[in-house]
Write a protein that binds this ligand. Sequence first.
Ligand code: NAD
Ligand code: ZN
Length: 361
Amino acid sequence: ETIKVKTPSKSYPVFIGRNATNSLPEFIREHFSQVGKILIITDEKVAGLHLHTVKELLSGIGIPILDYVVPEGEHAKTFDVFFACQSYALSQNLNRKSMIIALGGGAVGDLAGFVAATFMRGIPFIQVPTTLLSHDSAVGGKVAINHPQGKNMIGVFHQPEAVFFDLSFLETLPPRELRSGFAEVVKEALIQDPGFYSWLFANVTRLDTLTEEQLLHMIKRGIEIKAAIVEEDEKETGVRAYLNLGHTLGHAIEGLAGYGKFSHGEAVMIGTIFALHLSRKKLQLDIDLEGFIDWARGLGYETEIHEGLNKTDILSFMKRDKKVISDIVTFVLLEKVGSPKMANISDSEIMDNLSVIYRKN
Ligand code: NAD
Ligand code: ZN
């Protein structure tokens, strides 16, 4: 399966399928035969699992392949690691004719993309996502590292030359990471496609028994939705912000619980429940919220947080989020499934409604 992403700055293909990376050598030979060196950036875990496969695939193309292994997860998205990547690239004499391959989840993709965007004012890169979540992050060209004062605070837009989503890499993914990525699929369905949402709700009742066909369908549809939104609004001045459904509160939970306690998607799922609750109250969204919560719980998500995370901290965290313009917190809500809308919610309304996601005991 191939999806074409057409943004004002670049058009590029997304190849999806079992062994999609088999066509990577040919793609490079066809489009990047002038490339002098290729640097694969990956993390410690993915290096142990899949780096040899990719290196072997590329061994015949007659271009020197280097690799640089960074720490896992958010530890990859630091200024120190970013700087170390640049130092490595310089020490290996990479230049403007070099190319970078990001092999890993969203963290590696964000880091490697930012390295590519800034090395000698920008060199091409290819995304080879290895988590379900990175079907979302690998498309759209947002690349960034974190600052101690906030996630993704240092970054640019730099579109990849291509994305190769190889389903075989997902076989080694832990259940928790699958759950993290699935929350983004649900988000995409909720903001854009009622039919897809109904399909997910009816067919996905467990994440450990997903068939390859189901995975392919959800990744393909998820990427199509993401691509359509990014095509319309590459730099997030409008509709792209709808992709933040569940993220205003999700980021706060993720950050305040301590990174690692909730995966990104697990926090986003709780944020989504809150957004659906607000949507029902403010926009008369017609949804069986209790049914949604039961569904999420059945899939292994936490649907509530405990008192240790207090409401005041959550509110101030949301106010520091870069998506907040002025002092009012903006949420993505739904008028209908498939019809998102931005809404400013006052502090007191947030505080009152937050109780819906607190454990009752
Ligand atoms: P990740 O890269 O941290 O991967 C999660 C974990 O899974 C890591 O420990 C990693 O080593 C491991 N892993 C990766 N592939 C594996 C495989 N095939 N088998 C076994 N283990 C594997 O993160 P993620 O969850 O993919 O993405 C989260 C990141 O993506 C966040 O930093 C977030 O900010 C970013 N993000 C960016 C965008 C964007 O538009 N740029 C969108 C959404 C999220
Ligand atoms: Zn997200």
